[in-house]
Design a binder for this molecule. Structure first.
Ligand code: CLF
Ligand code: SF4
Length: 401
């Protein structure tokens, strides 16, 4: 992790956030628990002889943009809130940097998560900033059907579209183990085997069967499940037993009226349910599923599709609710306008940034999502071996989000 220290000499935390002429940037290695100064960054102080320079203040915030924690001798409430809104931890302390870091590292070690959790947080490309661009993931497109209908979802099978819910075809459970072996030979950086569609991973039994087979042969690979959460309650033990260590639940609303605008119907116990009744049931089952899997040590990320005019003012409520349920990370992804919501434009970068900032008050935000296809293979954003792995199969129509 990276921290910033307000200092003048690289030895003592001695400066007020608004008055420091520099920040000393330090990296802490959370495996060896060593630290090193990697950079001394100049800063133009926002407070000058009692005057506040708003532009310089914003620049100071930018100077520490890549740091998780900021150490200062003093800080005003406005600046503290501004940093916390950007997901920073702010610690006020006056003292030698080395002594302070010794105490801080002891604190970090104590709150260090259990081993399984730590591996996911350091080795999974969708859970760790450090692993993004270095670690790969393989998606096995084994789940054909879905138990809900999102108003933006058109399931498709083709070799060209780059979005969730698309694959070249459906893979049989028998072919999964040899597919993993081939994928590892193409891309040895793969640390994660995920099932993310093209339908919902829990709407049919294939995902559990495939994870069981893959886990027997490749126990060290992280198994990652992505679901809409309707069928998640009651499955936590079964998922843990087949090696699942990370779960993504797509939660687009925690208000049944908003959920009704996102989902046209759900199918529960063989019955199609619509309207706010469907929303209420879906939300309750998503939150209780998140609670159950996180209680068993699986790391939970929540995906939210940002839909302007529908849930764009609701992301803070979503982040708060799913965090209380046990989620550790949030991934807000822009709507790809399709199907019943094809008339709504995709959110702009600014809208996406604002949503992440709001949700980031409650939950750590993942910002590197590549909208992977359900048959993705490689390092997200860096390499793509899916056509070598799966070839160009002919298609039916299916999707996932
Ligand atoms: Fe796949 Fe999703 Fe697991 Fe990652 S993807 S099931 S958590 S292994 Fe990652 Fe791809 Fe974004 Fe998903 S970049 S779409 S967040
Ligand atoms: Fe099902 Fe996913 Fe499509 Fe929603 S986006 S209908 S959960 S496949």
């Amino acid at each position: 992790m990276r921290i910033a220290v307000a200092t003048t000499d690289g030895m003592v935390i001695s400066k007020h956030f608004g008055k420091t002429p520099e920040f000393c940037v330090i990296d802490i290695d959370d495996v060896s628990w060593t630290w090193e100064i990697v950079e001394r960054r100049e800063n133009s102080p926002a407070c000058r002889e009692g005057e506040h320079d708003a532009a310089a203040f914003e620049r100071s915030i930018d100077v520490v943009a890549d740091c998780e924690t900021v150490f200062v001798s003093r800080i005003g409430p406005h600046a503290k809130i501004a940093l916390e809104r950007r997901g920073k931890q702010v610690l006020e302390v006056f003292g030698f940097i080395d002594e302070t870091l010794e105490k801080y590292i002891a604190y970090l070690k104590k709150r260090r998560p259990k081993k399984k959790h730590r591996d996911v947080m350091t080795e999974h490309p969708c859970f760790s900033d450090g692993s993004h661009g270095r670690r790969g993931r393989l998606h096995l497109p084994v789940c054909r059907s879905c138990n809900i209908q999102c108003r933006f979802c058109v399931r498709a099978q083709n070799g060209t579209e780059q979005r969730p819910g698309v694959s070249r075809g459906i893979l049989s459970a028998d072919g999964a183990v040899s597919t993993v072996a081939k994928a590892l030979s193409l891309c040895p950086e793969i640390t994660v085997v995920g099932i993310a569609g093209p339908g919902d991973a829990l709407a049919s039994p294939e995902a559990l069967d495939v994870f069981r087979l893959v886990h027997e042969k490749f126990p060290d690979l992280i198994k990652c499940l992505s679901t809409n959460g309707l069928a998640l309650p009651g499955k936590a033990s079964a998922l843990r037993d087949v090696g699942v260590r990370s779960v993504t639940v797509t939660v687009n609303a925690v208000d049944p009226f908003i959920a009704d605008e996102v989902v046209s119907h759900i199918v529960y116990d063989g019955e199609a349910i619509r309207g706010t009744e469907a929303g209420r049931l879906l939300i309750a089952r998503q939150l209780s599923g998140i609670h159950e899997v996180s209680a068993l040590g699986m790391v939970v990320k929540v995906n939210t599709v940002l839909i302007p005019t529908i849930n764009d003012r609701h992301v803070g409520d979503i982040a708060k609710a799913v965090k209380e349920a046990g989620a550790s990370m949030h991934n807000i992804i822009p709507l790809i306008p399709r199907h019943e919501l094809s008339h709504i434009p995709a959110p702009s970068c600014a809208e996406l940034g604002r949503a992440r900032e709001t949700a980031g008050i409650y939950l750590k935000q993942f910002r590197h999502c590549q909208h992977c296809r359900a048959d993705a293979c490689g390092i997200p954003g860096e390499s793509d071996f899916s056509s070598q792995l799966y070839g160009s199969r002919s298609m039916e129509t299916f999707s996932h989000g």
